[in-house]
Design a protein around this ligand. Structure first.
Ligand code: ZN
Ligand code: ZN
Length: 228
């Protein structure tokens, strides 16, 4: 079993982050993670730099990227060329298919507090669904992603629970990542993999096999199940 944080930013590639890559790995070890994925905004680390960090700390580091698209932020693994020119989720899907990578929709409802609020208001009187949930699930763009990031360290519990309901409804597997921009934020949300992962290739194979689940340690007993 391996605990991996699928979503981390560093000061090396994200201007908005405060943590340097060495601090990131040291803190990741300290909080009990077995690996981290570095996913800067629209920018990939070179394979050499990932490898250097991995060897320096004898710790699993995987290079990914958080791509901004017309369908929101997408964590992508398996790409090694620039993604700066990618604008739409459809274009991204084509590129990722060609490279045999994986697409994970990150914090899908971060900027939709009204939808989330209206949903929880409607179900507070006992109904199991809401018109907001039904409407969201009809969006055809969900067919273009492989996995949903349900557990995000920067999301609140309503956002996570709403995302879990959508993932369950759509039959999408869920993962967790801290979305940490500073060391203090590491270790809250992560993904548990059943098999050992040694490198990017193992990691992508495990994501495709579906043998993993997302975890959020902050509110475990208040979370709704995301299992389809
Ligand atoms: Zn994001
Ligand atoms: Zn992020």
């Amino acid at each position: 079993m391996m605990k991996i944080d699928l979503h981390v930013h560093t000061s090396h590639g994200s201007g908005c982050a405060y943590m340097d890559p060495d601090q990131l790995v040291q803190k990741a070890k300290f909080v009990g993670l077995d690996g981290v994925c570095i996913t800067e905004h629209d920018q990939l680390w070179s394979r050499d730099n990932i490898e250097r960090l991995k060897i320096k700390h004898d710790f699993l580091v995987i290079g990914g990227v958080e791509v901004s698209t017309d369908f929101g932020h997408v964590l992508v693994f398996g790409l090694h060329d620039s993604v700066r020119e990618v604008g739409t989720i459809r274009e991204l899907r084509k590129i990722v298919n060609k490279e045999g990578g994986v697409m994970i929709l990150a914090h899908p409802f971060r900027y939709e507090p009204d939808i989330i609020g209206a949903h929880f208001l409607s179900i507070s009187n006992g109904s199991s669904s809401s018109k907001e949930l039904e409407k969201v699930c009809k969006d055809p763009d969900f067919k273009l992603i492989d996995i949903m990031e349900v557990y995000n360290g920067r999301s609140g519990i309503n956002e996570i629970n709403f995302t879990a309901l959508v993932a369950k409804r759509l039959g999408l597997k869920s993962v967790g990542g801290s979305d940490a921009h500073a060391t203090l934020e590491l270790g809250t949300s992560y993904t548990v993999f059943e098999k050992e992962i040694k490198d990017e290739e193992d990691f992508i194979a495990q994501l495709k096999s579906g043998q993993f689940f997302g975890v959020d340690d902050r509110w475990s007993e208040d979370l709704v199940s995301a299992h389809p």
